[in-house]
Design a protein around this ligand. Structure first.
Ligand code: PRP
Ligand code: MN
Ligand code: MG
Length: 179
């Protein structure tokens, strides 16, 4: 285990098992629909890679980077597009792939945007859901694990851009972010 990690919340094996099950459900829904899977950079990269391979159907991938900014550490719900999609979503079945839903502000903005661009359907799959922190009434169509309000990193999730490559999801030692 990495020295900065207090405890492992979800092991590599638990992630892989859950991702397979989600992929099975998504295969049912999206076979023959040629979905456009949209990875929200950067956190969703490992989940996107594992999930889409496990889905094992014909699909397309695109990538989007957004940043929410506002007063202090709290997100204002104002989202800025850092990197837009290359594909047109018009008439497409879109699946947004996220690593975690926290306040839900990033996703509710994205969903509205993709609907405004005339996607045929817009659904959300997230590996993790932190419902305690929600500030919108958004709930994911598919989620892997519902988790408590702890400071977690790994499997795409960062603290100051570190730890994204950990193969498990761990709780960060408190002394590293309290100062
Ligand atoms: C994190 C996470 C989600 C978003 C969730 O991304 O990966 O995309 O925040 O927060 P919300 O539900 O409160 O909007 P972040 O903005 O840290 O960017 P990153 O993926 O590049 O780390
Ligand atoms: Mn993110
Ligand atoms: Mg981040």
């Amino acid at each position: 285990m990495h020295q900065d990690i207090e405890e492992i919340l979800i092991t590599k094996e638990e992630i892989q098992e859950r991702v397979k099950k989600l992929a099975d459900e998504l295969r049912e829904e999206y076979t023959n629909l040629q979905p456009l899977c949209i990875c929200v950079l950067k956190g969703a990269v490992p989940f996107m890679a594992d999930l889409t391979r496990a889905m094992d159907i014909s699909l397309e991938m695109d990538f989007m980077a957004v940043s929410s900014y506002g007063a202090s550490t709290q997100s204002s719900g104002v989202v800025r597009i850092i990197k837009d999609l290359e594909a047109s979503v018009e008439g497409r079945h879109v699946l947004i792939v996220e690593d975690i839903i926290d306040s839900g502000l990033t996703l509710s903005y994205l969903i509205d945007l993709l609907k405004a661009r005339n996607a045929k359907s817009v659904k959300v799959v997230t590996l993790l859901d932190k419902p305690e922190r929600r500030k919108t009434n958004l709930s994911p169509d598919y989620f892997g694990f519902s988790i408590p309000n702890k400071f977690i990193v790994g499997y795409g999730m960062d603290y100051a851009e570190k730890y994204r490559n950990l193969p498990y999801i761990g709780v960060l030692k408190e002394e590293l972010y309290r100062s």
